[in-house]
Design a protein around this ligand. Structure first.
Ligand code: SF4
Length: 292
């Protein structure tokens, strides 16, 4: 019989909301050291890091906007996705009651808040993928803030205004344009999830999936790895800096995913993730639960 994982998922939500992952915190600390001593940029990063420590100690949300809960569930063959969905929704409702999540789900037309972070079939957002029977259940969660979601962008190449063609140079141009237009809004420094290709919907989805990667990993595709490094380096020359105060740290990194596309279309989608880069993972095998 399928186990009841509601409490374990609740712990995943708590951990994600209150405890920033080590790779993100490490990168923020490095960024603080690199900024000029006494600068507004260094001050902003210092405040962010103190906030991160306090949130962890007190088990309170890292930011008041606890974002859209986005779950990716890799479930072994034979598990019921209907039961998993119910358990995830229950855990989200309980997490809202315990104030690990702010009630964030409002009706699109009248703005009425459901009060518990549920809504239509897309809130919370849950994606399922079946894996082999003998593999562990893995549930990944990202809490995606509204301010940073607002500065995401989608481009259709070629883009004559930006001189961006259908190649990696063109991708680089439009990603930098999105960072420039954001001007630190969406709570810089953040990270960029980029998808090249797909249709409009799958392209945005791919750009969010890229953000589940570790900040310090290397893209197995050498061309995309080089593009990620170039985007990060060039974005950090824009002098937008933490919270738009100027400085060397406009983005913490970039993660790029290539998708198949129709010959007629060449979309580039950019999901901007703020410094409150909240994503965690739980793995369940033989009744044991491990969080990362
Ligand atoms: S963009 Fe991120 S850091 Fe800024 S308010 Fe929203 S969740 Fe918080």
């Amino acid at each position: 019989m399928q186990p009841d994982l509601t409490q374990e998922i609740l712990e995943l939500v708590r951990l994600t909301s209150t405890n920033l992952p080590p790779d993100i915190e490490k990168r923020l600390r490095t960024a603080k050291e690199q900024e000029a001593s006494g600068s507004a940029a260094q001050g902003a990063l210092d405040t962010i890091l103190k906030n991160v420590e306090m949130a962890r100690q007190n088990s309170t949300p890292v930011c008041q906007d606890t974002g859209t809960p986005i779950f990716y569930v890799h479930y072994p063959e034979g598990w019921s996705t209907r039961i998993l969905r119910e358990q995830i929704q229950d855990a989200v409702v309980q997490a809202t009651k315990k104030a690990f999540l702010r009630p964030n789900s409002v009706n699109a037309l009248n703005g009425k808040n459901t009060g518990n972070n549920t809504g239509d079939e897309h809130f919370p957002s849950i994606h399922f993928e079946e894996i082999n029977e003998d593999e562990p259940l893995v549930i990944e969660l990202m809490l995606k803030g509204g301010g940073c979601e607002n500065v995401g962008a989608q481009y259709k190449l070629p883009d004559s205004n930006l001189g961006a063609g259908r190649d990696l140079d063109g991708v680089h141009k439009v990603v930098l344009d999105a960072v420039f237009r954001a001007q630190g809004k969406g709570c810089a420094p953040g990270a960029l999830g980029v998808a090249i290709g797909g249709d409009r919907g799958s392209s945005y989805l791919g750009s969010k999936e890229a953000l589940f990667r570790q900040l310090d990993d290397t893209n197995p595709d050498s061309e995309l790895a080089a593009l990620e490094a170039r985007i990060t380096e060039d974005a950090n020359q824009l002098d937008i800096g933490p919270m738009g105060f100027g400085g060397k740290t406009t983005v913490l990194g970039a993660k790029v995913k290539g998708l198949h596309r129709l010959p007629a279309s060449y979309f580039v989608s950019i999901s901007y993730m703020c410094w409150a880069y909240r994503r965690r993972k739980m793995t369940v095998l033989d009744g044991k639960v491990v969080y990362r």
